[in-house]
Design a protein around this ligand. Structure first.
Ligand code: C2E
Ligand code: MG
Ligand code: MG
Ligand code: MG
Length: 282
């Protein structure tokens, strides 16, 4: 780089950075009002048991309908919510809404399924999280075994805090999954001792499992490790039949992805995926 090139870079770089910070601040302010203005809603993506193709679960995913921008991706606003602390009230809204929806469907007489809810780092670090979730579940009257909490590997880095928190959550009777598994830094030692129920293999490994033999090896190894550790294993981001076939060969338990469905609004989920409870023969 000569000085002139650098000068150009710098002149372009600084305004862009300022704009980004301004933009971020604006989004943060809008986010601050989004709850009271009722701009959030949840979509649900089915989780399929590979052995029977039955729908045994759903992941609740947050959507923000911004009055001016339209739909904003959680990839863009969750980090802002996380840094500003707004994720705590927003996350509580997600927990309440997803649990209430699941209970409403059970009351309506559908076969019960489990709802997976993503927790953020801030939420996970709250000492009273288990108490809050307990109160929500009791208030709604939802059996905790129909709730699965998704955390990421990075949340388990502070080993002692994570162990205590996970134990408190497990005592409630909920399930715990490790989301985006394989992209973080879990040591096998932690994995062996952590009170968790399931690994969700990150989409990045699943997406080109047919083209990239390294990814195939990783998926196969995670699946087999999960079996040995007596953990359930779910593949994320399954988009085609070839991937599904491969996952079946590996005896992966469950899968989630566009092959089955994109995340959809509650009404569509009910219509497309929920089955009425069959009357038991007397
Ligand atoms: P995640 O928890 O790993 O969720 C899976 C993401 O993959 C979702 O993106 C989903 O729409 C997408 N996906 C599912 N199947 C496929 C597929 O076959 N192909 C492709 N290309 N994508 C697929 P989404 O809804 O945009 O959410 C992104 C991330 O935002 C989530 O990743 C999660 O980390 C975060 N997030 C979403 N909702 C919440 C929430 O309520 N609370 C928190 N803390 N984080 C959330
Ligand atoms: Mg997730
Ligand atoms: Mg995630
Ligand atoms: Mg994931």
């Amino acid at each position: 780089h000569n000085a002139k090139e650098q000068g150009v870079e710098i002149r372009r770089y600084i305004p862009a950075m300022q704009m980004k910070a301004k933009e971020r601040l604006k989004l943060e302010n809008d986010l601050r009002r989004a709850l009271e203005r009722d701009e959030f809603y949840l979509v649900y993506q089915p989780q399929v048991l590979l052995e029977t193709e039955e729908i045994v679960g759903m992941e609740a995913l947050l959507r923000w309908n911004h009055p001016k921008r339209g739909l904003v991706s959680p990839v863009d606003f969750i980090p802002i919510a996380e840094e500003s602390g707004l994720i705590v009230p927003i996350g509580e809204w997600v927990l309440k809404t997803a649990c209430q929806q699941n209970k409403t469907w059970q009351n309506a007489g559908y076969q019960p399924i489990c709802v997976s809810i993503n927790l953020s780092m801030r939420q996970f670090l709250q000492p009273n999280l288990a108490g809050k979730i307990d109160a929500i579940l009791k208030d709604i009257g939802l059996d905790p075994s129909y709730v699965d909490l998704e955390i990421t590997e990075s949340m388990t880095l502070d080993k002692e805090t994570a162990f205590d928190q996970l134990n408190r959550l497990k005592r409630l009777g909920v399930c715990i999954s490790i989301d985006d598994f394989g992209t973080g830094y879990s040591s096998l030692h932690y994995l062996k001792n952590m009170p968790i129920d399931r690994l969700k293999i990150d989409r990045s490994f699943v997406s080109d499992v047919m083209e990239d033999s390294n990814n195939a090896a990783i998926v196969s190894t995670i699946t087999s490790m999960a079996h040995h550790l007596k953990l359930k294993v779910t593949a994320e981001g399954v988009e085609n039949k070839e991937q599904l076939h491969f996952l079946r060969q590996q005896h992966c338990h469950e899968a989630q992805g566009y092959l089955f469905s994109k995340p959809v609004k509650a009404a569509e989920f009910e219509l497309s995926f929920l089955k009425p409870l069959l009357e038991m023969p007397s």
